[in-house]
Design a protein around this ligand. Structure first.
Ligand code: 5GP
Length: 140
């Protein structure tokens, strides 16, 4: 049995405006923002406003809307960051690599010849993240 959704998680706090983020896009259904420990330049997260622990307990309608936004935002990330490809990642439970227990999709730009940094590695520079968020928002 999976644990229940706990709204007192980092992304719940970001969604409620209790802690800051570098916002890329938002609407009634989702919020997209820069990952503070990016695996590559432009690593963006898409989070549905409706809380679920991960994909396994999410409402199918929430998943459907969220993946449409992931597609739009992934195109904007690719364009703005001039990436050669995009990896979409999504982890369910700690054993699978999940560290924040509010459903989210990773949009990870891939660049020819560039190896990804580790998951949840070094913090990026705030000014760089702010600038990338602006560039991606402008490409939407
Ligand atoms: P997960 O392992 O749960 O799929 O990914 C969580 C992601 O959230 C990681 O890539 C990590 O770098 C990112 N992250 C963790 N804490 C914060 C935070 O406070 N703000 C932002 N913007 N990203 C975070």
């Amino acid at each position: 049995m999976m644990d229940a959704y706990d709204p007192d998680n980092i992304f719940g706090k970001i969604l409620r405006g209790e802690i800051p983020c570098h916002r890329v896009y938002e609407d009634d259904d989702v919020l997209a923002f820069m990952d503070v420990m990016p695996q590559s330049s432009g690593h963006t997260l898409v989070v549905p406003r409706t809380g679920s622990r991960n994909l396994l307990d999410a409402h199918p309608a929430v998943l459907a809307t969220t993946i449409e936004r992931v597609q739009d935002i992934a195109k904007a990330v690719k364009k703005a960051m001039n990436a050669d490809g995009i990896r979409i990642a999504q982890f369910n439970e700690a054993v699978a690599g999940q560290t924040v227990f509010h459903l989210h999709f990773h949009i990870i730009p891939m660049y020819e010849g560039v190896t990804l940094k580790p998951h949840s590695g070094d913090m990026a520079d705030n000014d760089v993240l702010a600038d990338q968020a602006k560039q991606i928002a402008a490409a939407l």
